[in-house]
Write a protein that binds this ligand. Sequence first.
Ligand code: ZN
Length: 224
Amino acid sequence: MASLPHDCEKLVVVNDGTGFGRNVNRGLRLASGDYVAVAGNDTWVVEGDVYDLCLPQTVTSPLVIGDTPGIAPALEPEGFHGCFWVAPRSVLDRVGLLDERFEHAFYEDDDFVARLHASDIATRQIRSVRVRHVGGLTMLKLGTRARDWLAQNEVVFREKWGWTPSPTLVFRRPAQKDTWHYCRNCSAWPAEEYVDQAEIPSDNQCEECRSLWDAGECRQGGAD
Ligand SMILES: [Zn+2]
């Protein structure tokens, strides 16, 4: 993190195959501050002050701008983003760390957000802090293995909660056209007679959606 203040403690935990949740937890246990930031190694602050993310009784994320829509999208478009979040230590003491039953990756962040909500802890996006994210690439490289983990952890999640989170980012095209939209702020966002899919379309993505995404103005078209 380029703009990390010098009086801020920084711990780097390397994921050497032990899994995402377990590694984050290792860092959370070592960190000693009143607020703890979890930041992916593929993220960096481009604007704002990370200290603005420190809010009492609230878990915050900055405005995250990803390179490719659909890759590692926000879990909560106006709130928590798994690639960069800040939690007060008191909140972690109350709700606990990430659940390590979610092996490798996926759903451990959904589970964390569900536990925050169950404990009435607010999540918030602080748009004055902007973070760039080139993430999801590790997962893309893993290919089918990542899909196996996704399926496996979905089962763990469903057994724990009795429901599964719906995708936060949906691609939608009008029934009679082949342009895919993903931003509800797009002037051409299809309101009726449309087709939805969760997979990232390889081509025919809307240019207006893209420019809204790049500007950080995209309101992701998740499930209704
Ligand atoms: Zn569009």
